[in-house]
Write a protein that binds this ligand. Structure first.
Ligand SMILES: Nc1nc2c(ncn2[C@@H]2O[C@H](COP(=O)(O)OP(=O)(O)O)[C@@H](O)[C@H]2O)c(=O)[nH]1
Ligand SMILES: [Mg+2]
Length: 319
């Protein structure tokens, strides 16, 4: 008996994309007519929702327009993951920046069970650098990418692409806690940390068409990148993170203790009493940091054990 055709669902989170939503849906429908199209609208103040519903009808495509009240791309994708049953999930922006025509190339590795997640890589072809007008944005991304690749001994080209394909197993075992925009990085980190297979497919990337606005603000980017780095280290390398913090406190404590030791060796008496108290306190904080790092490290280890068990269970029920 031939196995039934896999159900493929396209998830398009959309917030105020009236200008581009219809063209995006059409392009994907043309590329793969059997695909279900799920648009997750998120309190758009323009006609996104109406246009999406009309387009869905006009194309005669299976799918739905969901409306998620909690704002944020992460919340929208979560809603789709919770509500939509499929064998393969495709995620893309609703802004015409990603090439819909390449969707078959992205699906193929998952279809052939060569990957659990496929990422449309905008960077290898050089298109993103040409098209993306926000340069600081690029610099911050490069820094986070370097950190992620170094921590996980990986060589990923694009960790923040919004064009991705997931296997059903991936979606069923990914705990989506992110509400907003860091969702792409979070998914990549999850895949690396849990040793899921990632395949990258170089794609072309176009800037948004004139008049269409990105929902990312570049102003807060520096802070956002720094925050992202701290979060990554805190969650994925807690011993390293708190160990470094501890080392800093230890060093500060030693520096504060120099005059104290000097007193002791010269006069056999301590004149710098406040400094002595400060030094001792800093060393206690240093030890605390190390202890916190050790505890979190073993919690992370246990989490991984639980995940591996869930993964096995999910895999067994999938068959
Ligand atoms: N549902 C929903 N979609 C969002 C939200 N913010 C952004 N998006 C969508 O997520 C996609 C990526 O956002 P975009 O502004 O293009 O980010 P960029 O590609 O990094 O510039 C687009 O399709 C947006 O419409 C949101 O709060 N809710
Ligand atoms: Mg976009």
């Amino acid at each position: 008996m031939e196995s039934p055709l896999p159900v493929i669902a396209l998830i398009l989170p959309a917030y105020n994309e009236a200008l581009t939503i219809a063209a995006t849906m059409e392009a994907f429908h043309r590329a793969l007519p059997g695909m279900r199209i799920i648009v997750v609208d998120n309190n758009s103040t323009d006609a996104t929702q109406r246009i999406a519903s009309e387009t869905l009808q006009r194309l005669g495509a299976a799918g739905a327009v969901l409306s998620e009240l909690r704002q944020g791309k992460g919340n929208a994708v979560r809603r789709a993951f919770l509500e939509v049953e499929a064998d393969i999930y495709v995620m893309s922006d609703a802004d015409l920046t990603y090439p819909a025509a390449r969707v078959r190339d992205l699906i193929q590795p998952v279809l052939e069970n060569r990957a659990d997640m496929v990422v449309g890589d905008r960077l290898s072809g050089g298109h993103y650098r040409q098209e993306n007008k926000r340069h600081f944005h690029g610099l911050g991304n490069a820094l986070v990418k370097w950190l992620v690749n170094t921590l996980f001994h990986a060589r990923l080209a694009d960790i923040m692409s919004g064009y991705r394909v997931f296997s059903r197993r991936f979606v069923l075992t990914y705990p989506l806690l992110i509400e907003g925009f860091q969702i792409e990085t979070d998914i990549t980190l999850h895949a690396l940390d849990k040793r899921l297979r990632i395949a990258e497919v170089p794609i072309e990337y176009k800037d948004r068409p004139a008049g269409s606005q990105s929902k990312l603000n570049t102003l807060g980017d520096g802070a956002r990148v720094l925050f992202a780095i701290v979060q990554i280290l805190r969650f994925y390398r807690p011993l390293f993170f708190f160990g470094c913090l501890g080392a800093l406190f230890c060093l500060a404590g030693l520096t504060a203790s120099l005059p104290v030791f000097d007193d002791w060796f010269r006069y056999r008496y301590i004149h710098h009493v406040p400094l002595a108290v400060l030094a001792a306190s800093l060393e206690i904080v240093a030890i605390l940091c190390l202890g916190i790092g050790l505890i979190l490290d073993s919690i992370a280890h246990q989490e991984k054990m639980h995940f591996e068990k869930d993964l096995l269970a999910a895999t067994r029920t999938l068959r």
